[in-house]
Design a binder for this molecule. Structure first.
Ligand SMILES: Nc1nc2c(c(=O)[nH]1)N[C@H]1C(S)=C(S)[C@@H](COP(=O)(O)OP(=O)(O)OC[C@H]3O[C@@H](n4cnc5c(=O)[nH]c(N)nc54)[C@H](O)[C@@H]3O)O[C@H]1N2
Ligand SMILES: Nc1nc2c(c(=O)[nH]1)N[C@H]1C(S)=C(S)[C@@H](COP(=O)(O)OP(=O)(O)OC[C@H]3O[C@@H](n4cnc5c(=O)[nH]c(N)nc54)[C@H](O)[C@@H]3O)O[C@H]1N2
Ligand code: SF4
Ligand SMILES: [Mo]
Length: 727
């Protein structure tokens, strides 16, 4: 029996690909990109193209496991980059004892009950993030369960909260230019956007535009593969993007290149902006950003005059102390030059605001009232180390991790590990693999991959909604997130009807909204048609046709969300001036303050080098970093450093170096390859247990929060580097 099943990639990636899985006699034998999906266009990224190796990996967690050894990474457990495979298997029976689901559920529910009775239910903390962005397996039954339990709430800020706050302060909603329209641009800025690495399905549209002579500009402190392909690459000093955007607006307004008509009709606070940008002449901005004043002028003029002009901003810019303001200032640019009116114009950070699924029905926040009679306390996920080590009243006594690998991805790794090592902390991890985090789990539960469960998939880099069908039976005794929290709810004696819903009912509930963009979208249609573009046709595309410029080569009428205003701020306008920000004590227009961990903001005794603790091009955060066929594509364990900084420290390519600051240290191999400028070093995220000595780049990063959104600041980090030895 051979069949081809349509699914959708649920990984934390803007592309949300349509996927076709060939299944023969119950076993998946092939994965490919859906050729009919207008953004996937038949190809997958290199890592997901190898997905069969992940699904059928001998290192999958297949059964519930109970720890019988002390917590901690006691043994090497997975293949190591560039080294012979470790002798000890992933699931050592000196550490883990296989138990039945019944025993696991009984142990978990009795421990949770006992902890809630002694310390209050808020002593229980769920911890999840981007393992699956499926509407069901990302946030549904799990949220219902923890709401009904009265557990602490998790503020999920580790990735994008600063940028979202900055974006929404101007636009009021997370909408942007659809990827297909990039093919019609003449001037494209990839701003903190590693398109080849993190958003590869945008690239063919950019290639198409460049065939028609579009210019590609890349603004990134790291010379990415995307930067290497650019027409113009501008290395910027980390954390200084707000200054650059304000400097560009200084030039645009000064030379009268803004769209006065658009500004007058659809924006608020232009006069305040005009005053503010006077403080940011190119000469001053050049000192912060490291970009020459003439280049700032040229960038601003070309951006405003070569039309249509579009910006792909990604989240790299907002992993910084001033990340909210930086995003806010950049988001103002298309509003100032009126490029929202043009097909191939505008701006994209995220498209996720298009998908207004019924989150209340999926997550049932009202159940907190049943449990507590009030909302539960909120703990910021970025501060996990702090929460586990110092939070009191009540202390965190139980941690339930799913869809996340905090022992790898969380900042201030040493503090996180200290917290996770607490013998009195009861930790459950629902996972597909024995990760850095399962090294500290009391109980590990086996999780399905997207091949093994059904879901509803939205996107944050395009506007197609999909149903992801189950292709194969769960391996071993794996269960989906939805199923795990359903059986746990039963074990806790929760009787609300929502705890017995199946996947189809939940998809129907998610689609049950009054949102016009979702009108007519049913599960049946999604199952039959594989992907459906949001229903923009009714309103916005009609507007566009009157605005002019619709292109015959686009498969559907182009979506221009703000061609005629329609911003979702309180004022209904794009807000260059924000009373809400003023009330928070922030600059109501925008400003630039050098990060305290940066060359301009540092104290005299701080370490001197700016570290970019970046993502790997071939992993997805820490996911995939244990899969041998994916490891082969990625060079890990490198510290990239400029020739000047290497020379002054007596370091050459290939040397062993120690990278350190007040929070921790890590040993890496130096590489002098011209990827970073003097003053900047770079290294990538990985599983600690795939490195010699269980080291994590996040030993160097901090729990410090961003200016807006209380987000993580992975790219505002100072370090020193020293030579250890030469081989
Ligand atoms: N291959 C791969 N794809 C991924 C991921 C992955 O780990 N690997 N992660 C996924 C996730 S969770 C997300 S959120 C998205 C993120 O996608 P991006 O937002 O693109 O992610 P980053 O790689 O964090 O940052 C993008 C670029 O910003 C640069 N950068 C860092 N600091 C600054 C700065 O101060 N100014 C400027 N201008 N640039 C800066 C970095 O060098 C990087 O090249 O990608 C998703 N896709
Ligand atoms: N130094 C540094 N640190 C970073 C970043 C960085 O750029 N630099 N990026 C940050 C960003 S942007 C993000 S989004 C976070 C990401 O943080 P996480 O979301 O924790 O990212 P992953 O490492 O992908 O871990 C996801 C885990 O979920 C598991 N999983 C996948 N599907 C399922 C499922 O259906 N059920 C269950 N139970 N588990 C599943 C996977 O096996 C994987 O181990 O990392 C942040 N950390
Ligand atoms: S990770 Fe991104 S690019 Fe790769 S298959 Fe999934 S959605 Fe597509
Ligand atoms: Mo992310």
């Amino acid at each position: 029996m051979k069949k081809v099943v349509h699914a959708a990639c649920p990984h934390d990636c803007p592309d949300a690909c349509g996927v076709l899985i060939t299944v023969e006699d119950g076993r998946a034998t092939r994965i490919q990109g859906d050729p009919e999906h207008p953004v996937t266009r038949g190809f997958l990224c290199a890592k997901v193209a190898k997905y069969l190796d992940r699904v059928y990996s001998p290192e999958r967690v297949l059964y519930p496991m109970r720890r019988i050894a002390p917590k901690g990474p006691a043994q090497p457990s997975v293949a190591r980059q560039g080294q012979p495979r470790a002798a000890v298997p992933a699931c050592s029976d000196e550490i883990w004892q296989r138990i039945s689901w019944d025993d696991a559920l009984h142990e978990i529910t009795s421990r949770l009950r006992a902890i809630a009775a002694e310390y209050g239910s808020e002593a229980i903390l769920p911890y999840s993030y981007g393992g699956s962005l499926g509407a069901l397996n990302g946030a549904s039954m799990d949220r219902r369960f923890f709401h009904r339990l009265g557990a602490s709430q998790l503020d999920r800020t580790i990735c994008s909260a600063a940028g979202e706050a900055g974006l929404e302060s101007v636009l009021g909603i997370k909408l942007g230019t659809e990827p297909e329209q990039f093919a019609h641009s003449k001037h494209i800025i990839a701003w903190a956007a590693n398109i080849h690495g993190n958003n590869v399905h945008l690239w063919p549209f950019i290639t198409e535009a460049r065939r028609k002579n579009a210019k590609l500009v890349v603004i990134d402190p790291y010379r990415t593969r995307t930067a290497a392909c650019a027409d113009w690459y501008l290395p910027i000093n980390p954390g200084t993007d707000a200054a650059l955007a304000l400097g560009m607006m200084h030039v645009i307004i000064g030379e009268n290149l803004h769209d006065a008509d658009y500004v007058a009709k659809y924006t608020l606070g232009f006069e305040q902006l005009r005053e503010k940008v006077k403080e940011y002449p190119p000469e001053r901005v050049a000192q912060w950003t490291g970009i020459a004043a003439d280049d700032i002028r040229k960038l601003a003029v070309e951006y405003a005059t070569i039309r249509p002009s579009v910006i792909r901003l990604n989240y790299g810019v907002q992993r910084s102390e001033g990340g909210g303001m930086a995003t806010r200032a950049i988001t103002m640019l298309p509003c100032l030059i009126g490029s929202w009116k043009e097909v191939g114009g505008g701006f994209q950070l995220s498209t996720s605001g298009g998908f207004q699924l019924n989150a209340t029905a999926l997550t049932r926040p009202d159940l907190m009232q049943t449990a507590l009679g009030r909302e539960a306390r909120v703990i910021n996920m970025v501060k996990l180390g702090w929460a586990l080590n110092t939070l009191d009243d009540p202390p965190v006594k139980a941690l339930f991790v799913y869809n996340s690998n905090p022992a790898a991805v969380c900042p201030d790794h040493n503090s996180v590990v200290r917290g996770l090592s607490r013998p009195d902390l009861f930790t459950v991890v629902h996972e597909q693999f024995f990760t850095d985090t399962t090294d500290y789990a009391d109980i590990v539960l086996p999780a399905t991959t997207f091949f093994e469960h059904k879901d509803l998939q939205k996107a944050y880099g395009h506007y197609y909604l999909q149903v992801s069908n189950q292709a194969i039976e769960p391996l071993g005794e794996c269960r989906s997130n939805v199923e795990v929290f359903r059986v746990l709810a039963k074990g806790m004696g929760f009787t609300e009807g929502c705890f017995t819903e199946g996947a189809d009912e939940m998809i129907d509930a998610a689609l049950d909204t009054n949102d016009p963009w979702l009108e007519g979208m049913t599960r049946e249609r999604l199952e039959n048609e594989r992907h459906l573009r949001l229903n923009f046709a009714t309103e916005d595309c009609a507007r566009l046709c009157s605005a002019g410029g619709a292109s015959a080569s686009l498969s559907a009428q182009p979506f221009l969300p703000f061609a005629r205003g329609g911003f979702r701020t309180k004022s209904g306008k794009a807000e260059f001036y924000s009373e809400a920000l003023k009330a928070q004590g922030l600059d109501p227009v925008a400003d630039f303050t050098p990060p305290t961990e940066s060359r301009h903001g540092r104290k005299a005794d701080s370490p001197p080098l700016e570290l970019l603790a970046r993502k790997a091009d071939n992993f997805l955060n820490s996911t995939f970093s244990n899969v041998p066929s994916v490891q082969e594509m990625e060079e890990s364990g490198l510290l990239e450093i400029s020739a000047a900084d290497a020379q002054s420290r007596g370091i050459a390519s290939g040397d062993a170096v120690r990278v350190f600051n007040q929070r921790g240290e890590i040993r890496l191999t130096a590489r002098v390859d011209g990827k970073v400028q003097p003053g900047v070093v770079s290294a990538t995220l990985n599983w600690a247990k795939t490195t010699p000595g269980f080291q994590s780049i996040n030993a160097l990063t901090s729990e410090k929060l961003s200016d807006m959104g209380n987000s993580a600041t992975f790219y505002s980090v100072l370090v020193e580097v020293e030579l250890i030895g030469r081989s």
